[in-house]
Write a protein that binds this ligand. Structure first.
Ligand SMILES: Cc1ncc(COP(=O)(O)O)c(C=O)c1O
Length: 323
């Protein structure tokens, strides 16, 4: 069942789905596969391009001339939004939490190259800055559409309900689990609703990256799932049905540790796949540990969702170069 939401073409879909042959040989555990949403194409790709195809369709429908969104200075979501706005000929204003970096690097450099206006503010000032920009745009007769942090809104969630269907079309045999990083939780929420809608037993397993503990992630993912479930007329998920591990956050959001570095090196050196130090490598640390602990077992088929974020590898060059 397809949703009736509009979608504008921004990336390349379906993204590849393939077996991790070399890693499987090394680990000798469950059969691991990867869904390559790091290959969505636009502006170096990532999971937000999928969300933005639906979000931008709504923005265009509402006559938007300016797109505003928010996130950290290093935000992948902001970078992909800048790319989407550029591709659609819209103005983009990014309200970014954190100090303005002395040199442009990673996502912050790419925001600039794609012509986005950037406003670096303290986290507590972000909302006021967004309101200020909206009223300034209003005075200039420009219609603004504000995308919430992480593209965490109904159209964004629906894009991952449909991603679940895309996965099923590519691999009709059910996976035992799909594993991914949890930031705002809307990617996980969409896949959760997709699996429920299909009546599959595939476990949707989120790995928290430090924005909140397990309870917070479960509440958020259930709340976001409910938005889509309401829209699709499905029975609502409850927080206790959501599977999240919060043991792999290390010292907190965007603070990678040795395990993250080792996971990045393992995937890079065995498969030529580059994970990012903030999201996907933390999720990979979780997957590897859950295999080690026997939570995922030999004979099972596990799909890891690569969500992108590569530009931030370069911001961690010193840390990642350490032995
Ligand atoms: C690379 C990457 N992976 C995963 C996520 C998490 O996605 P979500 O916010 O939908 O939980 C993000 C969100 O910013 C991201 O940039």
């Amino acid at each position: 069942m397809k949703s009736s939401l509009e979608r504008v073409s921004l990336g390349f879909f379906p993204t590849p789905l393939h077996k991790l042959e070399n890693l499987n040989r090394i680990l000798d555990g469950p059969e691991l596969y990867m869904k390559r949403d790091d290959y969505t194409g636009l502006a170096l790709g990532g999971n937000k391009v999928r969300k933005l195809e639906y979000i931008m369709a709504e923005a265009l429908d509402k006559g938007a001339q300016v797109i505003i969104t928010t996130g950290a200075v290093t935000s992948n979501h902001a970078r992909q939004t800048a790319g989407a706005a550029a591709a659609l000929g819209l103005k983009c204003q990014l309200v970014l939490s954190g100090d303005e970096p002395e040199t442009r690097q990673g996502n912050f450099l790419l925001d600039y190259l794609m012509g986005a206006e950037t406003y670096c503010v303290k986290p507590e000032d972000a909302e006021a800055q967004i309101n200020l920009l909206v009223s300034q745009n209003d005075r200039q007769g420009l219609n603004t559409y504000v995308i919430p942090v992480g593209g965490s809104c109904m159209p964004g969630i629906i894009s991952y309900v449909e991603a679940y269907q895309e996965i099923k079309e590519q691999n009709p045999q059910e996976f035992d689990a799909i594993v991914m990083a949890v930031g705002t939780g809307s990617t996980c929420a969409g896949l959760n609703v997709g699996a429920r809608m299909a009546g599959d037993r595939t476990k949707i397993v989120g790995i928290g990256v430090g924005l909140g503990d397990r309870e917070w992630c479960q509440m958020e993912i259930a709340r976001l799932s409910n938005l889509a479930e309401n829209y699709l007329g499905l029975v609502p998920s409850s927080p206790d049905q959501i599977i999240v591990f919060d043991e792999y956050m290390g010292s907190g959001y965007a603070i990678p540790d040795d395990k993250v570095r080792n996971a990045i090196k393992l995937l890079a050196s065995s498969e030529g796949i580059l994970l990012d130090p903030v999201y996907s490598a933390k999720a990979m640390v979780g997957l590897l540990d859950l295999i080690e602990k026997g939570y995922f077992k030999q004979g099972e088929k596990i799909l890891f969702l690569a969500t992108g974020g590569c530009p931030e590898i370069f911001g961690f060059n010193h840390f990642l170069s350490e032995e």
